[in-house]
Design a protein around this ligand. Sequence first.
Ligand code: SN0
Length: 311
Amino acid sequence: MKKYTNINDIANLKSLIKEAINLKRNPFQNTELGKNKTLVMVFFNASLRTRLSTEKAARNLGMEVSILNVNDAWNLEFEDGAVMNLTTSEHIKEAAQVISQYANIIAVRAFPGLKDKAKDEAEIILNSFLKYATVPVVNMESATAHPLQALADAITIEEFKTTKKPKVVLSWAPHPKALPQAVANSFVKVMQHMEVDFSITHPEGYELNPEIVKDTPINYNQKEALENADFVYVKNWSSYNKYGQILSEDSNWMITKEKLGQAKFMHCLPIRRNVIAEDAVLDSENSIVIPQANNRTFSAQIILKKILENK
Ligand code: SN0
């Protein structure tokens, strides 16, 4: 693997999931692979799971890890030809090349601004690292994608499924803040490559990018959509069409124990309790959010392993 910025970078999802589950059984089988190699993680935004699980994954492979919170660094400039007489102190051209000399892999987290769709979709930060870094780049959630999360989600479904082709529903839920579509986008993409009966439910106006959704069924009736589901993946996102806007905070879309029924409950975390899902859901046996978060380590580890092996 030369980079991991999108689900499309996975050549064979099925075997990758299998290999990740195998790593989980014996995480220390490749401690020589990362010896004398360094992962540099660059954060433009907050992180709990991504930071700790990716660091753990790297250490499991024998790598060293350096973490840079960009808020503690120089203000970076991304615009080509910018006259840097204002607030930015260093151009990404220098920064990415310099970081590359200290790193064998660079991982980047950069959320969207959710103001300007074209700008967010251009993925300026991630693509600048891809362009100017001289080592492989990993996406730790960019403006439009969160492929490490989606791979962990796929591993989790594989582990918890009890039928050959489980019914998986991605449900929108309300949130007080405008959130990115990244997690939902990558989850949709990964589900399209799995042997699942997959559909999406959300209020009208919350349609995701049609180029991602393709022919995945959408049901505007949440109750109907959730019937007989084996897995309910819940996530808020802001409107894609009315870009970055909150169109509804309708608490009727919150996931309750009653709506969930026998299904397993999934969420990438962090989760707003009693807004996205009620306590009774999160505190029930049906919630698999904790083992789901554990799989973040093995999702990151299999990706770092493939990059280190360059295959
Ligand atoms: C991010 C998102 O993309 O939705 C990261 C998820 C892994 N979530 C948030 O920013 C939640 C923030 C909040 O205040 O609840």
